[in-house]
Design a binder for this molecule. Structure first.
Ligand SMILES: [Zn+2]
Length: 334
């Protein structure tokens, strides 16, 4: 399986994040990538397809915000990385406010997604990396791995959150649709629910979204990913959430995964986008499932048994020393 990666994804380097009431070192750091690259070996380069594929998912004003936020933050005389402190949960009017603090609140859902100097550049190339993986499938590859960083599945159309700025899986899914590949299924197997992806496609009947994740009653993002969320409008029935309790090991995990795979098979997709997070690993410092390194290969084999062209898009995974081997185990399984 070809691996796609662009060095400009290294430029995103926030210093700290707000976590459990205090500032801690930013967990989604470049050491994650070094661990993966060491385990995966050679990578393929990523062409620049411009902003048009991003604009199929994200509105222009949101992209403009991401491009200018750090510059505006510095112009306001602020130290460190840009981060909001007011969120408009009561209504969300499309006000055009100038102050950087207002825009940081308007376009974000949490306090764990700071914008640093290289954030836009890395997010842009992370999305381009997902597109490069999709192009490999269009060229005839059965599967491709997009080493996307920063990750994407918590980002909605016009907001960032959970270390995510652009929704790479959604950008690839929309590009697949535009390329005429037909109905797309997205399987999200990060530890956390992919709330951004669900938000983007939840009202759509032509994109199926299935997610196996930690119960949001105990884990981030709390407000989405509950078992009764099944899509709305034309998307009614095209969303499937399978939350699992903390401590879940491979047996119960595979049982839930099989339910998701059955639903995807019944949907009749022409392409699978797999949002893969290795934060389901037993040793992950911020998560609480119990999968082992050797479990990822059989998990991947089950997914590959769908027989669909598959784009694997990297999401989370914070046990840095084991991350490379966990990802390599998963990719070998395909
Ligand atoms: Zn995660």
């Amino acid at each position: 399986m070809r691996v796609f990666w662009d060095e400009r994804q290294r430029r995103h380097a926030p210093v700290q994040e707000l976590h459990n009431g205090g500032f801690v070192p930013f967990a989604e750091h470049i050491g994650r990538v070094d661990s993966m690259l060491a385990a995966l070996g050679a990578t393929h380069s990523v062409p620049d397809r411009g902003e048009a594929p991003l604009l199929r998912v994200h509105p222009g004003p949101y992209l403009d915000f991401l491009k200018s936020a750090f510059i505006d933050w510095k112009a306001a005389g602020r130290p460190g990385d840009a981060a909001g402190y007011v969120w408009p949960v009561i209504g969300r009017r499309a006000l055009e406010l100038d102050r950087i603090d207002a825009r940081l609140g308007q376009y974000s859902m949490d306090a764990s997604t700071p914008i640093a100097e290289g954030t836009w550049e890395s997010a842009y190339w992370s999305a381009q990396t997902a597109l490069a993986g999709l192009e490999a499938l269009l060229a005839g590859d059965r599967a491709a791995f997009a080493l996307c960083r920063p990750p994407g599945h918590h980002a909605g159309a016009d907001y960032m959150g959970g270390y995510c700025y652009l929704n790479n899986a959604a950008v690839a899914a929309e590009a697949a649709w535009a390329a005429g590949l037909g109905r797309v299924a997205i399987l999200d197997i990060d530890y956390h629910h992919g709330n951004g992806t669900q938000d983007i496609f939840g009202a759509r009947g032509d994109v199926f979204f299935a997610s196996v994740h930690a119960d949001p009653r105990t884990d981030y993002p709390f407000f989405w990913g509950h078992g009764d969320e099944g899509g709305a409008g034309e998307g009614e029935g095209a969303t499937l959430n399978l939350p699992l309790p903390r401590g879940t090991g491979i047996r119960d995990y595979e049982a839930a995964l099989d339910k998701a795979l059955e639903a995807i098979a019944a949907f009749g997709a022409g392409l699978l986008v797999c949002s893969f997070g290795a934060d389901t690993f037993a040793g992950d410092p911020i998560c609480a499932f119990a999968l082992e390194t050797a479990d990822y290969a059989p998990v991947a084999r089950r997914i590959a048994s769908l027989g669909l062209p598959s784009l694997v898009v990297m999401e989370g995974g914070y046990a840095v020393d084991a991350l490379g081997e966990n990802v390599a185990s998963f990719l070998r399984g395909f």
